[in-house]
Design a protein around this ligand. Structure first.
Ligand code: GLU
Length: 332
């Protein structure tokens, strides 16, 4: 994080150095933004880097036409949703990709954010759907939730969205992690390897479909996704606006022999009210003006629909910079 701290202080140092005599409060020349993502084999990492790519594309085109925004963007891999929210609240990250359930809880001060409401959390847009997936190792004889009892299960690293959502799921079943024989806290990057090596029997992961991490275990060593369609899950979805039921289609991975039913959240881009309006406006503009290019950067983005991106999974207030763009385009 020291590098981030350095990079974060850089624009300020430059402003101090060259700021005297300039009366523009927002200097387009010197803005460096960071977007928190997730593990390097997940989809968030691609979301963040795809956004940066569009921002830099607009910068390059702007140099030709004289429309300068001057924003430089980086999207490092991080511990995931909850980590990103916490880092945005302390100003360490400017933007973050976060699950819609944790966006809701952070904005409302509920669940893990009870007493820690992030008042300045602002929505920018949503991206792809993220079904909660339990992957089980080949030959483990686990085909439903009940079969997981007493097994070795990775519940995810603290700070990841899936860790939080897994705990919520355990609560919905009226149990805690002692329901499993053993739990591990591996990151999304470590868990597929552990599953293939036989060190764990299953893991839970909230992630877009398809993705490299799950493919590593499914196509690589025969792991498969089980359905989560019991009454407990249906009740969870009924009671919470940020959950929906979802289907993972047959054939997505080599071991997906039939449609899988589970619950899902949305991946969303959020920021802080402290991020300048012009910066948020330019980020939104870069993505929406280049949506076809954006869609091509990951199969999970293929179906992105602009209207869904400003409605689905949004519970925090929109950032004014985002509103400005959506209103200009008549979308809002
Ligand atoms: N949903 C996960 C999280 O919030 C990240 C998934 C991904 O990296 O694509 O931590």
């Amino acid at each position: 994080m020291r590098m981030t701290a350095f990079l974060k202080s850089l624009p300020l140092m430059l402003l101090v150095l060259v700021g005297t005599g300039l009366d523009s409060s927002y200097s387009a020349e010197k803005t460096f933004i960071t977007i928190g993502t997730g593990g390097p084999t997940g989809v968030y990492f691609v979301v963040g880097n795809a956004i940066c790519r569009m921002v830099h594309k607009e910068a390059a085109e702007g140099r030709k036409t004289g429309r300068k925004h001057g924003i430089r963007c980086a999207a490092p891999s991080t511990g995931g949703s909850i980590y990103n929210i916490n880092q945005m609240s302390t100003g360490e990250l400017d933007f973050g990709v976060v699950q819609s359930d944790w966006q809701y809880h952070a904005a409302n001060g509920t669940s893990l954010f009870e007493g820690k409401k992030f008042d300045k959390l602002r929505a920018v847009f949503s991206v792809h759907a993220e079904p909660f997936q339990i992957l089980v190792g080949q030959g483990k004889d686990i085909s439903n939730w009940q079969d997981l009892k007493g097994k070795r299960v990775n519940i995810g690293n603290p700070g990841s969205g899936q860790r939080g959502t897994f705990e919520v799921l355990l609560g919905a079943y009226g149990v805690d992690k002692s329901y499993f024989g053993q739990t591990t806290e591996l990151t999304s990057t470590e868990q597929s390897r552990a599953l293939c090596d036989g060190n764990i029997d299953a893991y839970g992961y909230t992630v877009g479909v398809p993705n490299a991490g799950v493919a590593q275990a499914a196509d690589g060593c025969g792991a498969s996704i089980i359905s989560l369609d019991g009454d407990e899950v249906k009740m969870l979805v009924d009671e919470n606006p940020f959950y929906t039921m979802a289907t993972i289609r047959e054939g997505v991975y080599s071991t997906t022999e039939r449609d899988i039913t589970t619950f899902a959240v949305m991946a969303t881009l959020v920021t802080s009210a402290d991020t300048p309006d012009d910066v948020v406006y330019e980020v939104v503009r870069a993505v929406f003006e280049n949506l076809d290019d954006f869609r091509r950067l990951h199969p999970a983005f293929a179906e992105l629909d602009p209207q869904d991106m400003i409605t689905k999974g949004i519970s925090a207030r929109f950032h004014p910079g985002a509103i400005k763009y959506f209103q200009e385009k008549g979308m809002m």
